[in-house]
Design a protein around this ligand. Sequence first.
Ligand code: SF4
Length: 259
Amino acid sequence: MLETFDKDREGVVLRIERSSIHDGEGLRTVVFLKGCPLRCQWCSTPESQSFQVERAGENTYGSRMTVGEVMREIRKDSLFYFISTGGLTLSGGEILAQPEFTLALLKNARMECINTAVETSFFASWEKIEPLLPHINTAYVDLKFFSSGLHQQYCGVKNQVILDNLLRTNQLEKCPRLVVRTPIIPGINDDPRELEDVGRFCARLNWLDHVELLPYHKLGTATYEKLGRPYLLGHVPTPAPEQMEACRNVVRRYVKTVR
Ligand code: SF4
């Protein structure tokens, strides 16, 4: 019988997806946590933003679960993690909005030799981020805009704390593999000057493994309807593959590996 650290601690979980191939390397179990301080206008999981379990019509979004209950789900695929070099990915919402719950899940996974990845905006105090880092193999950090004005306009908050936290990783002796992700939203942040700023900034990160540019998509629109919320970017097209490659080439002037 495996001992589970902090097993009775409760958190709010949106959902758990098994066998994902999109959220890190290999086959992964993705635990989506609820609660996010940002309000990105293109957010594909608007049901993750509220910190509470949410009801809209016949749908219920999220449930309270203990660390022990989540770990039982994660362990179901332990064998596949080792075969596929996959593992656990914590995503959101924003994982840093439930730092103790996140820490307990990461610690348990690592104690059981399960590879760990997180998807985060880094929008939190450094005091919440630093204790998590020794338990993470790969950190996917979103840098949605370099321009603080655009970040405020389209995500609801300024980005200075995100930039500061990314730079603070330079002071660490050991840091997770760092991947910076930027969504490309045509007409909003695909301007070469904005992308050059992203590239220049990422080139300053000592622990950077690579940058990923992700094409904007509208996958969450049906959920906005269910929640009775407007989707403000309905007029924005998904970027074509050649547009994405042009954006990557701008960032490649500063960063060696851009995917
Ligand atoms: S940070 Fe992620 S979860 Fe939060 S609003 Fe933005 S896209 Fe949605």
